[in-house]
Design a protein around this ligand. Structure first.
Ligand SMILES: *Cc1c(COP(=O)(O)O)cnc(C)c1O
Length: 348
């Protein structure tokens, strides 16, 4: 099976499993796991932040960050297609009790003027705006990158308006590799940022949230509150350290594979929404009966995201898999449309 539904589907490699097996461990909850602590130091170096916190996953990182930055009844600005809005079960609304105020714009981006206009509130009738969230890369907009200068313009507007700034950096390292901009340059523009280790980096568990020491201390208390405190988490952190050492530069291969796939789908005459993919995602449409079911029955999995289809390249997919997937799509398109089975899901 060639599984392109998400880059979360990677399985730990043999070498990563060896690193897991060899991990030194301690009690993470007490701050005594040496491998977790080594990972946190690595993320601090990478992001230029003072302190960091190991978490089971990224959704918890977003929810905790929003709850630290914003108080109940305040407003949080985010793009309308943000993962925070689309795929986190209304976590910020329930856990932080904030109003999420959605901004529009192509590619998951919005303008400094949008930020300034929405932030200038706080009369009797309006919530105070506390926080701006940005997503790098932007998942549902197509794995798009915020170029540094554009990000700087919106974060400057947010700072001028007195907002805190949080970056959902689930795939920040895809942006770093594709754009050649150091992670610390992007992160210098925001107060908090987290990285996902279970997407393109190929680890089984883990996200790391980073910020200043005061932010991380408050985040740690919320992590405990929602049951996120861990024990011998070095087992998981060892895979994350391994991924930082071995799986970052290779993200360029995933990006090349996404371009190859987009080219192949375009040649087949499909409507490709990301004809020139910036990172590891290809969004497209195909109106051909139960297209996804027909692919799956031929050994290729692609997932729906909203009313589009998304193929995500990753560590477990090589060039010949991409070529095979393109051939399978061609085969399905040249056969009679098949009847519908199954359900539609959204994937992270
Ligand atoms: C996957 C993802 C998340 C959530 O991370 P989990 O580890 O799945 O909870 C948040 N934001 C973006 C942009 C993502 O792609």
């Amino acid at each position: 099976m060639i599984d392109l539904r998400s880059d979360t589907l990677t399985r730990p490699t043999a070498a990563m499993r060896a690193a897991i097996a060899a991990a030194e461990v301690g009690d993470e909850q007490r701050g005594e796991d040496p491998t977790v602590n080594a990972l946190l130091r690595r993320v601090c170096e990478l992001t230029g932040k003072e302190a960091a916190l190991f978490l089971p996953g990224g959704t918890m990182a977003n929810n905790i960050a929003v709850a630290v930055h914003a108080r109940s009844g305040e407003a949080v600005l985010a793009h309308h297609d943000a993962h925070l809005i689309r795929s986190e079960s209304a976590g910020p609304v329930v856990l932080a009790r904030v109003l999420i105020d959605a901004l529009d714009g192509a590619d998951g981006h919005f303008t400094p003027e949008d930020v300034t206009r929405r932030a200038a509130r706080g009369t009797l009738y309006e919530p105070r705006t506390a926080l701006l969230c940005v997503e790098q890369t932007h998942n549902f907009a197509g794995g798009t990158i915020w170029p540094l200068h554009e990000l700087q313009a919106v974060t400057d507007a947010a700072r001028d308006a007195g907002l805190a700034i949080h970056m959902d950096g689930a795939r920040l390292l895809n942006a770093v590799v594709a754009a050649g901009t150091p992670a610390s340059d992007y992160c210098a523009l925001v107060d908090s940022v987290w990285l996902c280790f279970t997407k393109g980096l190929g680890a089984p568990i883990g996200a790391v949230l980073a910020g200043d020491a005061d932010f991380i201390e408050r985040a740690r208390a919320l992590k405990h509150m929602v049951g996120g405190a861990l024990r011998q988490a070095g087992i998981a952190a060892a895979a994350c350290v391994y991924a930082l050492d071995h799986h970052v530069e290779r993200l360029a291969e995933d990006h090349a594979h996404a371009r190859r796939l987009a080219d192949g789908l375009l040649e087949l005459g499909l409507d490709v929404h990301t004809p020139d993919p910036q990172t590891n995602m290809v969004f497209f449409s195909a109106d051909h009966g139960d297209f996804l079911g027909a692919l799956e029955r031929r050994g290729v999995r692609i997932g729906p995201v909203g009313d589009r289809l998304r193929a995500v390249t990753h560590l477990d997919v090589d060039t010949s898999d991409i070529d095979h997937a393109i051939a399978v799509v061609g085969d399905v398109l040249s056969s009679a449309p098949e009847g519908a089975h199954g359900q539609r899901y959204e994937y992270g």
